[in-house]
Design a protein around this ligand. Structure first.
Ligand code: PLP
Length: 379
């Protein structure tokens, strides 16, 4: 990376508009492009499923901030995941996934891709030996989330990349929780990065989107072919909102982290909190690895409440400034009960989460207000 992260986030892929000098890439709300004679494309644009200038600006910026060869923007994080998996896997292939994977990712494997002949094993990725033991000759992808959702587990990206590569498999990292500001998986050996840009990259809870960033141009070509062939692209309005969010990712992430650190202190001191899950805590089992591969420890915190499920649900219901809702990564703080909300679909599976768990997405509001709200919600 030649220029700094914030410079790339604000400028990469975003030359002033050649026609007007507009400093922000316009929203090209258009499906097709006039050709100068048959096959005479202007700047390569032909049809907006294949490419659209607003989406191109976002895709170039995503590639730059992840330090990748090619960025691709999708209609959602799950659309990006599906495109990647069906581009690189064939029936009979095997994938290793985190045993506390994002619920929607787990559902994609369990309810959709398994029916197409893909097998998967949920493995605790914090345990490198367990991952190595789960690799089979058919293993095509090791799918990593770090930190994980909602248990904030940490996986060693560099160690898992070498296991994957020894086995002739790919290492894919879902970098949604950390964001490219805090963690750069491609530099640690990953082959591709996945984002739900709905979360920190977009950052304002106003758009659904996803991204793939490929480490090599060859993989980037293959994924771009599938992006066009499968068609789950980001529309120009969504691409524009996402790019607008991405510009401020660095400053937002620093504030998310500042606020989260203060909230962790409050939770640790609270008598109703039995456990705080945050990779920034020295007692966290993944703390040393997180400190090695992350710039800071992020804005997501989970904690367990004395009194079980009912007490955890009560805390969620009593919070006011922390809005009760799914999703994460926006400027506004959110609170949720994973067992009954985001992770209800994994109840009864290997991915079931504790019933007394509460998850916070710490926003960038005035931290004293957040602390006061959490204190009253805990009672
Ligand atoms: C939200 C999320 C996804 C799915 O993204 P969508 O934009 O909702 O399709 C994937 N991975 C993680 C870690 C997420 O938080």
């Amino acid at each position: 990376m030649t220029e700094g992260f914030e410079t790339l986030a604000i400028h990469a892929g975003q030359e002033a508009d050649p026609l007007t000098g507009a400093v922000v890439p316009p929203i090209y709300a258009v499906s097709t492009y006039k050709q100068d004679g048959v096959g005479g494309l202007r700047s390569g644009y032909e049809y907006s499923r294949s490419a659209n200038p607003t989406r191109t600006a976002l895709e170039e910026c995503l590639a730059a901030v992840e330090g990748g060869a090619r960025g691709l923007a999708f209609a959602s994080g799950l659309a990006a995941e599906d495109t990647l998996l069906r581009a690189v896997c064939r029936p009979g292939d095997h994938v290793i996934i985190p045993n506390d994977a994002y619920g929607g990712t787990f559902r994609l494997f369990a309810k959709v891709l398994e029916a197409w002949g893909l097998s998967y094993d949920p493995v605790p990725l914090g345990d490198v030996d367990a991952v190595r033991a789960s690799v089979r000759p058919q293993t095509k992808v090791i799918w990593v989330e770090t930190p994980t959702n909602p248990l904030l587990g940490i996986a060693d990206i560099a160690a898992l990349a070498s296991i994957a590569h020894d086995a002739g498999a790919m290492l894919v990292v879902d970098n949604t929780f950390a964001s490219p500001y805090l963690q750069q998986p491609l530099a640690l050996g990953a082959d591709a990065v996945v984002h739900s840009t709905t979360k920190y990259v977009g950052g304002h809870s106003d758009v659904i989107g996803g991204a793939l960033v490929a480490g090599s141009a060859e993989l980037g070509e293959r994924l771009a072919y599938h992006q066009n062939a499968m068609g789950a692209v980001a529309g120009p309005f969504d691409a524009w909102l996402t790019l607008r969010g991405l510009k401020t990712l660095g400053v937002r992430m620093d504030r998310h982290c500042d606020n989260a650190e203060r909230i962790v202190d409050l939770l640790l001191a609270h008598r109703k909190v039995t456990e705080v899950l945050y990779p920034g805590l020295p007692g966290h089992p993944g703390h040393e690895i997180a400190a090695k591969q992350m710039k800071r420890f992020g804005g997501m915190i989970s904690f367990r409440v004395a009194g079980g499920e009912a007490a955890a649900v009560d805390v969620c219901n009593r919070a006011r400034l922390f809005t009760l809702g799914e999703s994460l990564g926006g400027v506004e703080s959110l609170i949720e009960h994973p067992g009954r909300m985001t992770h209800a679909s994994v109840a009864g599976s290997a991915l079931e989460v504790p019933a007394d768990l509460v998850r916070l997405s710490v926003g960038i509001e005035t931290v004293d207000d957040l602390l006061a709200d959490l204190s009253q919600a805990l009672g």
